[in-house]
Design a protein. Structure first.
Length: 163
């Protein structure tokens, strides 16, 4: 019975980190769209592969040693009480598109926003099903979601405090 509780808490920790990361990424991608016309602007993105690898390493650690251990990377720092900081990195591909084709650049950013929104919604729904917690869902208005006007309430550190 104790094992199940530990696994449940670990799942919550991972899902909360995914939700937080997608919130940060949405803000960065939103800035990319809004600042594209500014001279000298360099688009950024969150370190998505680095984050995915950090989660993979943490889950592998859990499977091997029955503990969830998040290890810092060069652009992501994990702290106490389920905290996490992540910093955007330069996006050379987007920068090249911005220089050559504004339409393709915009399409890239919108596609990334859509992918990010889907990732967040899946993590929110899994957390909702696991914990019975109502998490604010980004409203159906894609324009508001892309512009960053959807609700992004603070998420609980774990399910026990959220109920």
């Amino acid at each position: 019975m104790m094992r199940t509780a530990l696994i449940a808490d670990n799942i919550s920790d991972v899902l909360v980190k995914i939700i937080h990361f997608t919130q940060l990424r949405r803000q960065v991608l939103d800035e990319n769209l809004h600042n594209a016309g500014n001279p000298g602007f360099t688009p950024k993105d969150m370190p998505v592969r680095e984050f995915a690898e950090a989660l993979n390493v943490a889950v592998a650690e859990h499977l091997q040693n029955r503990r969830l251990l998040f290890r810092d990377t060069s652009n992501i720092k994990f702290g106490p009480n389920n905290t996490m900081e992540a910093w955007p990195v330069a996006d050379p591909h987007a920068h090249a598109l911005l220089q050559t084709s504004r339409d393709e650049y915009t399409e890239l950013q919108i596609n990334r926003l859509l992918e990010n929104c889907l990732n967040r919604r899946i993590a929110e729904e899994l957390l909702r099903q696991k914990c019975g917690v109502q998490i604010p869902v980004i409203d159906g208005d894609l324009g508001n979601s892309l512009a960053g006007h959807g609700p992004l309430g603070d998420l609980p550190a774990d399910c026990d405090t959220a109920q």
